[in-house]
Design a protein around this ligand. Sequence first.
Ligand code: ADE
Length: 339
Amino acid sequence: MSSDITNPKEFNEDVRLDNALRPLSFNEYIGQNKIKDNLGILIEAAKKRSEPIEHVLLYGNSGLGKTTLAHIISKEMGVSIKATSGPAIEKTGDLASILTNLQSGDILFCDEIHRLNKTIEEILYPAMEDFNLDIIIGKGPSARTLQLELPHFTLIGATTHSGLISSPLRSRFGATYRLNFYEQLDIEKIISRSAKILKVNIENNNTLKLIAQCSRYTPRVANRLLKRVRDYSQVRANNVVNEQTTKEALEMLEIDEYGLEPADRYILKTIIEKFNGGPVGLRTLAASSHEEPETITDVYEPYLLQMGFLDRTLRGRIATKLAYDHLGIKYDPEGNKLF
Ligand code: ADE
């Protein structure tokens, strides 16, 4: 059901584009100013002390720039960065191999850190705290613990679900930053910067505004939309990217003026039509709208909540009056929803 265009998760085809457009320094990185300022201080202070920076936890929705920030931190610190992810570390040996191959000061970037398994997480505690690796060799009565000293590395963890990080792990990060959705103006600047790199000529400011408005305030979605608009203009409009061709491209992609795609609207419609506006539990909603529960929580819900189309209550998700209005369905707060 879910289409890929407004899904802020990273797909293989994005990797090349993301790499070409990825800002390489804080100066090039647009938006998230508070986080940039704080990270700047963290980095400068660590450099003055000639120490690695403390472990950093970055959390926020997909596509907002957590990986980019980690790469910028490594560049500004002048150290190497190794990237892995929670689900990729399956065995204790995997983690041991990653950690023992780091140099002092290196950054280990662990995406989706909330998906680390419990055993691995417990090995990570002393590694983060004292730079010790405790490995158990053998089984039963002959089992022994081997302690290895590790280089002083920095772990940068990234997660979309800070609530799923256990408190022992969370407490071992020296600094935690939350990335928010971007401001409209910042998204416009990002699209403008990307258009220059991709050599797309956006005709005027209104066109830029229009693409930004449909980008879910998320740079990855903005860059993807820019690419699609560019393709459309190339094939249908002699490379002219103006309001008209942008509108046509968005219409073809079935993306509306709020950046909602068919799957978003289907979820809202399902809550309204099948569950009388809600509340409806996540699993029931997922089954009824033919989505995985994680896709709803990770992909659709954050933006629908942010835009005020959806509310989350203790008893489940509800569609707001705004959702009814947007879908052209009459809202009856007394309970008898009229279609
Ligand atoms: N491309 C993707 N994210 C960006 C950002 N925050 N600033 C500039 N370009 C970007």
